[in-house]
Design a protein around this ligand. Structure first.
Ligand code: URA
Length: 445
């Protein structure tokens, strides 16, 4: 089947069959369908959409474009978490070692920066020497030995997503429910999981800002998991402001290390514990979310979670000393405070503009082949609702040169809005979705 015929059919509102998706994604992974044709198809999907059977067929075709991790010999539960993408969202870096330290295996396959959002792989690679392109056999051995491996899509595993993910980033075709669902679930289903937890972001900095589209995405992914016998729980969490304070690759690693030492910002810890509790219950090591949270708190206060991160870094070729001395992470040449221009209330800290600003400073990509400067970004201490006085520090800019500082200042002027009063931000965690349905999120007492 010619790719051009499928593009034409999808453009005109037609359907692509399961056999056609399989053949197309195999050919794409093998380099036999060029990126320009896949980009055109992604744009047609963006506008026309896919029906439920096509989403299932595309996900399976992407999953089957490569191998899967074979982990059924592990006695531990195997549970991963994936976020639909946000700014300052470094939860994976904290959660993977934390959950592994609590006795659940975490085979975590993540992505690079996508659109205005940062990617776990880029963050991890800011640790000197850290490798995310592990061969499957090495990832499997590492999971057997230390219960966690932090990898990316490779030519072996999820190769179709590896290529399509980078292509969508550069062609403005990220914001599509079928494409996001197939991208995430094809990777996750290749991990040989016994459970999956999804962090579905909504709010102005999410790919799907509206709550109802976030819920639809959550249900779509839960159904895909159910089809494969993988139980999935999704939490809907706020992305109308950055998560935590640090935004930018190495800065986020530093904040994650602080979190593993018990010094993380409250919002980051609340989201981490909520997702982690679901993982521990799915992984069979805690009967309730409350018990799970207590286990995680002990893993952090005892130092076990930080030591697990050190072990993962060492196993993947990175310098484990960064956990004791984050000063070993790449450092920005220019550091400058950004202060309030007036008295007022912080009405908004707009994440999309912040993410784009980091890209403009060199910390993200606009083309597939761009390299990323790991050191640049922001630490934003101002939170929506804070009352501030003129001259008070709101954030710190980390840049590679004076032009980067100026770009950083312009970003913060546009994204931190001071006013006389402010609407309340979105609830940090609003809904919990399972195969049984949607409920308002309540932390257990
Ligand atoms: N995360 C992914 O892995 N893929 C997407 O399309 C969006 C977020």
């Amino acid at each position: 089947m010619e790719a051009r015929t499928l593009i034409e059919r999808k453009r005109d509102g037609g359907r692509i069959t399961a056999a056609e998706w399989r053949s197309l994604m195999n050919q794409y992974a093998a380099g036999e369908v060029p990126d320009y044709q896949m980009a055109a198809l992604a744009m047609a999907i963006f506008f026309v959409g896919l029906d439920r059977d096509e989403i299932v067929a595309l996900t399976n075709a992407m999953l089957e474009s490569g191998s899967s991790l074979q982990l059924s010999h592990l006695t531990l539960g195997r549970v991963d978490k994936h976020s639909t993408g946000g700014v300052g969202d470094k939860v994976s870096l904290v959660l993977a070692p934390l959950v592994a330290a609590c006795g659940v295996a975490v085979p975590m396959m993540s992505g690079r920066g996508l659109g205005h959002t940062g990617g776990t792989l880029d963050k991890l690679e800011s640790i000197p020497g850290f490798r995310t392109d592990l061969p499957l056999a090495q990832a499997t051995k590492q999971l057997e030995a230390i219960g966690c491996a932090l990898i990316g899509q490779t030519r072996e595993i999820a190769p179709a997503d590896r290529k399509l993910y980078a292509l969508r980033d550069a062609t403005a075709t990220v914001e599509s429910i079928p494409l996001i669902a197939a991208s995430i679930m094809s990777k996750k289903l290749a991990e040989g999981l016994t459970g999956l937890v999804l962090d579905v972001k909504y709010g102005s900095g999410a790919f799907l800002p509206e709550l109802d589209r976030g819920l639809t995405l959550a249900r779509t992914m839960i159904d895909l998991g159910t089809d494969h016998g993988c139980p999935v729980v999704a939490l809907l969490t706020a992305m109308d402001r950055p998560l935590g304070r640090a935004c930018g690759n190495a800065l986020e690693v530093e904040e994650s290390i602080a979190a593993l030492r018990g010094e993380g910002p409250a919002d980051l810890m609340d989201v981490t514990y909520a997702l982690g509790a679901e993982m521990l219950v799915l992984g069979g090591v805690a009967a309730t979310r409350n018990e799970a949270r207590r286990r995680m708190e002990v893993a952090i206060s005892s130092g076990r979670a930080a030591r697990k991160f050190q072990a993962i870094i060492e196993a993947q070729g990175g310098n484990p000393a960064v956990v004791d001395d984050p000063g070993l992470l790449p450092q920005a040449a220019e550091v400058e405070l950004f202060v309030a221009a007036r008295d007022g209330v912080v009405a908004q800290v707009e994440p999309r503009a912040i993410g784009r600003g980091i890209t403009a400073m060199g910390g993200g990509r606009t083309k597939v082949e761009d390299t990323v400067d790991p050191a640049v970004g922001f630490v934003i201490t101002a939170r929506p609702g804070d009352v501030v006085r003129v001259g008070e520090p709101l954030a710190t800019i980390f840049a590679r040169d004076a032009a980067g500082v100026e770009a950083g200042r312009a970003t913060l002027r546009a994204s931190i809005r001071l006013a006389d009063d402010a609407d309340p931000p979105l609830p940090l965690i609003s809904h919990r979705v399972t195969a049984a349905g949607v409920e308002r999120y309540e932390a257990e007492e």
